[in-house]
Design a protein around this ligand. Sequence first.
Ligand SMILES: [Fe+2]
Ligand SMILES: [Fe+2]
Length: 169
Amino acid sequence: MPVRSASQGILSDDKAAKREELIELLKKAYWMEIETVMSYIANSINPDGVRAQEIIESLQADITEELGHAQQFANRIKELYGVVPGSLDFSAEQSYLQPPDHQTDIVHVIKGVIEAETGAIEHYNRIIEFTDGIDFVTQDMVIAILRDEEGHRRLFEGYLREYEAEGLA
Ligand SMILES: [Fe+2]
Ligand SMILES: [Fe+2]
């Protein structure tokens, strides 16, 4: 029996090249989520001071969400006949989320989170555009993830506003 492929969209044989390109975009997204988990763990534990508590609790909640995103990207890589990369392929990029010189420097953490979320928002918009008309399933998944990242950024923009209003940022 011949393998049907004419109506299989992104999973059809003649879409192999597009699929490879998409898998590379998804791998990048996967690593971004993994690095964000690492950065948010550190930045949810390092900060000192009364004012750090709200940030700590926010980041703790986000860690679970970002980990969930990483798992979704990994699953989609497999569904597209790709292989989830091993840890040796990882290279870090979040210079802006390294521990600050002083652990009471909450503004540093807030700005770092906003930058990480902005990077994710940019990359996920790229994937949404790339998948348009090609792979609606990946597009749908990434749209939902994008909404989470927009929510994360908005929350931290609110924190930054408070510091700015007090002349502390
Ligand atoms: Fe995420
Ligand atoms: Fe996020």
